[in-house]
Design a binder for this molecule. Sequence first.
Ligand code: E4P
Length: 215
Amino acid sequence: MKLFLDTANISEIRAANAAGLINGVTTNPSLLAKEKLPIKETIIEICELVDGPISAEVLNISTTESIIAEAEDIAKWHRNIIVKIPCTLAGIAAAKILESRGIQTNITLVFSANQVLLAAKANASFISPFVGRLDDVGENGLLMIANSLEIIRKHNFKSQIIVASVRSPLTVVQAAQLGAHVATVPYKILEQMIKHPLTDAGIKKFEEDWKNARL
Ligand code: E4P
């Protein structure tokens, strides 16, 4: 399973990338707004840092034509860009045309297996179901991922499922167990994934024992 970093923060991307841990980055308008930096320049900087799929979202989503026009512009910024498009009828129609023109898409704000099926039928390269936001409203995000993966595999769709809106390290393990193609995680989750109190205690004990043995 590939790991993407779900952030627009350059320091976080540098740190995760230096550890060789990430295969791509997902951004969204909220994550970019948090950084208070020019959007285009930030996305290009991320693309230069990480040589993998970098999702950048369209904002002119009123019609298929407006989505295509913005997506074609964004795609020219860098060869690593994947255009992120919200899951609407106009968005699905735009994704199908963009993919046929060689522009890779990531259908986002996906909350049901039906939406996954339609995005897959549009040949979207990536589809991003949001696990955490579903769990927040009392639904079962992981179950939706399992159903979605079953559909993708049974029908040999080319789309890769990105498990998004990840709120805990356990979700990453579960996504991997289900055979998801990608999980996109905030930097904090990446830090939590490597941490274990017994590892820290073990290191401390080894250091103490080694020091005492040499006295
Ligand atoms: C994914 O592409 C989204 O950027 C992200 O995972 C949304 O996560 P959130 O629900 O924590 O905002």
